[in-house]
Design a protein around this ligand. Structure first.
Ligand code: AMP
Ligand code: ZN
Length: 114
């Protein structure tokens, strides 16, 4: 989609520090990390937010969770723990209008979130 930051990252027209890529999913390091490990995982196809998940496109969301589990093992924080976060809409704190999942690890994450 034109003028979508994460579509441009998926296309490679905006650079990113990739940690995983396949036909449908891309994972890259967050530019402003909120934890020692902070990775963004996206579907390459544009889905605006969690509100747009349907029976037709939800397979990629399952794949994103598979990728998160794989990265947690590879990067060595699976046993210690981590958090997967999806912010949806204004009250959810979503700032980029292409669905993405934050994979956060490397420190004791607090609850509840702010
Ligand atoms: P959210 O607030 O949930 O929409 O998350 C958007 C995330 O994208 C934030 O954590 C930003 O730091 C991150 N971000 C924005 N621009 C870039 C970029 N060019 N490369 C990597 N991460 C980015
Ligand atoms: Zn997009």
């Amino acid at each position: 989609m034109a003028d979508c930051l994460f579509c441009k990252i998926a296309e490679g027209t905006i650079p990113s520090t990739k940690v995983y890529e396949d036909e449908n999913v891309l994972a890259f390091r967050d530019i402003e990390p909120q934890a020692p490990e902070h990775i963004i995982i996206i579907p390459k196809n544009h889905i605006a937010s969690a509100n747009e998940i349907t029976a037709e496109n939800s397979a990629v969301i399952a794949k994103i969770y598979e990728v998160a589990a794989k990265l947690a093992k590879e990067l060595g924080f699976a046993d210690k723990g981590y958090r997967i976060v999806n912010n949806c809409g204004e009250d959810g704190g979503q700032t980029v209008g292409h669905i993405h999942f934050h994979l956060l690890a490397g420190r004791n994450l607090q609850w509840p979130p702010g």
